[in-house]
Design a protein around this ligand. Structure first.
Ligand code: NDP
Length: 449
């Protein structure tokens, strides 16, 4: 039995933040991962995805400017793009492990399984620690339909050596919309099959409507209120069957992608042996991000049931857990509003309350919603899809939410985040002098009087 002050399960944004911070404070630390070290965001998620989005943006931008000074639309060379992507992802495991070695963190490769409240096994090794942090991330949620094994997940999509011509996305959230844009700009015909009444349900409904029009204009088909019942065929020649208001329909595809949500990746951990409770949203934690049922265990990142499953939140939670381990639970989870972006082309970004949420809370709000494709900053690039909605508290004048669609919104949302964190009143934000002409300088026109 090897003994440590701390064992961390998971080497992604949350896990490595805890491990490194606690080790730097002089504690002995072990870290475990069943996958190549470095986690989802940098190897199988945000970072490689955005490399592909970069190429999709060039195609989209050229199409928009065709006959307006641009004479041809470039084509995406998928294998070459994947090779470029690999220059980002390939070095991650070695670099991550080297950093652990340099810091004196002991690495273990394999699946961790709890044996008791504070011991676990990885392969032939048995480890024990005063504290254990679960930062094991998430995995695609089971669909429980016949032919489920024929779907690929987001990890496999980001490694495709070639892109089939016909692609179906099952689900209508972040992954479906981002991958649909990448694939469509690379020449594929894409169908999104979504079971809800509207896609991207967490985002502002008016902006989603504008986005959907733009999505359909580039040939992506969106099928709503469609419950996928089975997938059949063989890889490369598949049929997706779905039930739509009592009618059975189907669509053929060379590739079917799981984009139907993710769940905490805890199945192999044997958490019952450690007395760690798990709910629908993941490991149940208190305000210190400590397991509600085993005080020796903390959880952070996508695996924990607090906070949104987003990378900046995972890093924040990792810092908080490290602080609590080192300083006896002095910190409580109290996150500022987190900006989030769906990297469609153009992107849609959001922070704070939606109009729906603000009204449900019974707040008196001023709301400004406008389509902005005719604003100079969008006309300059012939951007066909753009708009915004801001929500300001009538009494305090504080921003409650900002929702942006269009080129640059993934950056401009950060200005709103800054204003909301530091409680800059909407009026003061509107009076700021920003560099002109930029998407940021549009912000002055986005705030209600
Ligand atoms: P999302 O939660 O964004 O969307 C999943 C969608 O699939 C929902 O609309 C859901 O509908 C639908 N769905 C669920 N089950 C089924 C089913 N059986 N059949 C058809 N549709 C179904 O999940 P994603 O998979 O797109 O992404 C997973 C997570 O990864 C996200 O929550 C996000 O946190 C993260 N992510 C973040 C990104 C970013 O920040 N840019 C990019 C990609 C992922 P319903 O509402 O009815 O359940």
């Amino acid at each position: 039995m090897q003994s440590f002050d701390l064992i961390v399960i998971g080497t992604g944004s949350a896990g490595k933040t805890v491990a490194q911070t606690v080790r730097e404070a002089g504690k002995t630390v072990a870290i475990i991962d069943k996958l190549p070290f470095g986690g989802t965001c940098s190897q199988r998620g945000c970072d490689p995805k955005k490399v592909l989005v970069g190429a999709a943006e060039i195609v989209a931008r050229s199409e928009q400017m065709l006959d307006k000074g641009i004479s041809a639309v470039p084509a995406i060379d998928w294998p070459a793009l994947m090779a470029f992507k690999k220059t980002f992802t390939d070095p991650i495991p070695e670099n991550t492990e080297k950093k652990f070695v340099d810091l004196g963190i002991q690495s273990f490769h394999g699946t961790a399984t709890f044996l008791s409240a504070n011991t676990l096994r990885v392969g032939d090794d048995e480890l024990t620690a005063k504290q254990i942090v679960i930062a094991a991330g998430a995995k695609p949620q089971p669909l429980n339909i016949p032919g489920e094994a024929l779907l690929i997940d987001s990890t496999q999509f980001l490694e495709l050596p070639e892109l089939p011509r016909e692609i179906v996305m099952v689900g209508g959230g972040y992954i479906a919309f981002e991958f649909a844009h990448i694939a469509a700009r690379a020449g594929a015909n894409v169908t999104i099959v979504h079971r809800g009444k509207r896609p991207l349900e967490g985002f502002d409904a008016d902006l989603v409507n504008l986005l959907v029009k733009g999505v359909e204009a580039i040939g992506i088909r969106i099928v709503l209120e469609a419950n996928v019942t089975r997938v059949e065929g063989e890889p490369g020649d598949l049929t997706v069957h779905y039930d739509r208001q009592g009618t059975c329909e189907s669509v053929a595809a060379g590739l079917v992608v799981h984009a139907a949500g993710r769940v905490a990746d805890v199945a192999e951990l044997a958490l019952e042996k450690a007395g760690v409770e798990v709910g629908e949203k993941g490991v149940k934690v208190n305000a210190h991000l400590q397991s509600v049922s085993n005080p020796a265990v903390y959880a952070c990142g996508d695996v924990a049931d607090k906070g949104l499953p987003l990378t900046p939140m995972a890093s924040y939670e990792g810092r908080l857990v490290a602080e609590n381990i080192l300083n006896s639970n002095r910190q409580t989870f109290d996150s500022d509003p987190v900006p989030t972006t769906v990297f469609t082309v153009p992107p849609m970004a959001s922070i704070g309350l939606t109009e729906e949420q603000a009204r449900k809370q019974g707040r008196k709000v001023k709301v400004l919603f406008q389509e902005t494709k005719d604003w100079y900053s969008n006309r300059r690039i012939n951007e066909p899809v753009a708009g915004f909605k801001t929500i300001v508290d009538e009494e305090s004048g504080q921003l409650l939410g900002a929702h942006l669609l269009g080129a640059g919104s993934d950056e401009v949302i950060n200005l709103f985040a800054l204003a909301m964190k530091h409680q800059i009143p909407a009026k003061a934000l509107g009076d700021m002098l920003f560099a002109y002409p930029t998407h940021g300088s549009d912000l002055s026109y986005m705030l209600p009087d």
